[in-house]
Ligand binder design. Structure first.
Ligand code: GDP
Ligand code: MG
Length: 302
């Protein structure tokens, strides 16, 4: 690898609907990879990786960053704020409207004291006249912590090359953190099974979850692209464990299923139809071929 290679982490923030997901898709194209964070950090943050000959950009989505209304969103804001410290660059995405709304003001206030460089990205410029782009840029000139301003259309792919060049400018020299050909489907499946397993761990008493594994049997986006159909098996060691996981009238399984579904939807940014089955697999923990088919290395902690 050459010494000029750059790599780093980038946080994309902005109000709902400004086009964060669209921008990510445009930046990543077919190479999209989604992986979960380590357990200590935000579970809901998504990482998308863009690898080229000159750089590797790891984008971290912070879905919860909005104006706090409840305790939960307070918590989310805190978590998102934490993630700023771990990144090399913050992309602050706004829309083409010709003022600075309350939501954006709130975000600007939050960003003001960050040490991480902030680049303002004005999205949806395909909707306005060229002159108005300059008007919009002028609105942000007084915020001197904004290092660069890039007008783009994520939807039409306008000015994306410039954005990429500017992002690279702020990334440190460094190695490829992730394999360049990370297989999307496999890592998504693994994350999905881990999310379900986490919900089981949270919902049940200790001894049962440790005898539990999850295998995603099917994961397919429907042809209309608006929903994922996911089917997964939950394996237990004993018949009575199976009964506990299913719960009275299926209540426990419903709870595990709906909590998992919500989180998977957030991760995939798509509606999910999740079907779970509970099966008894005798002492699967000791059988290496079963473990392999579940994606575990023999030495991994269960
Ligand atoms: P997010 O909530 O920030 O992730 O926003 P999305 O990426 O889901 O986009 C919200 C809406 O804005 C969608 O209907 C997109 O098609 C639209 N959108 C995103 N980028 C652009 C753009 O550059 N131009 C236009 N005209 N629409 C866009
Ligand atoms: Mg989105």
């Amino acid at each position: 690898m050459n010494n000029n290679y750059k790599s780093g982490f980038i946080s994309i923030i902005g109000r709902t609907n400004v086009g964060k997901s669209t921008l990510l898709n445009t930046l990543i194209g077919q190479k999209i990879s989604i992986i979960s964070n380590r357990p200590q950090t935000t579970r809901n943050n998504i990482r998308c990786i863009r690898t080229t000959d000159t750089s590797q950009m790891v984008f971290i989505d912070t879905p919860g960053f909005h104006k706090p209304k409840s305790k939960l969103s307070d918590y989310m804001v805190e978590v998102a704020g934490e993630s700023f410290k771990e990144v090399d660059l913050i992309l602050f995405l706004v829309e083409e409207d010709l003022n600075i709304g309350k939501g954006d003001e709130f975000l600007l206030e939050k960003l003001k004291n960050e040490k991480t460089p902030v680049v303002l990205v004005i999205n949806k410029i395909d909707k306005i006249k060229k002159e108005d782009i300059l008007v919009k840029i002028k609105l942000y000139e007084k915020y001197d912590f904004i290092k660069d301003i890039v007008p783009i259309s994520a939807f039409k792919g306008e000015n994306i090359d410039t954005l990429v060049t500017i992002i690279e400018k702020y990334l440190p020299y460094g190695p490829m953190y992730f394999p360049e050909d990370m297989v999307t489907d496999r890592s998504e499946r693994f994350v999905v099974s881990e999310l379900i397993r986490e919900k089981i761990l949270r919902s049940l008493k200790e001894e049962i979850p440790h005898g539990t594994a999850v295998e995603v049997m099917q994961m397919k986006k429907r042809d209309n692209k608006e929903i994922y159909d996911i089917e997964a098996n939950i394996y237990t060691e004993r018949e009575n464990h199976k009964r506990i996981i299913i719960g009275k009238g299926g209540n426990m399984l419903k709870k595990i299923g709906s909590e998992s579904r919500k989180e998977i939807e957030q991760m995939l940014d798509c509606k999910v139809n999740l079907k779970l089955w509970v099966k008894v697999k005798d002492e699967w923990r000791d059988k290496p071929n079963i473990l392999n088919s579940l994606g575990y290395n023999k030495k991994d902690e269960l």
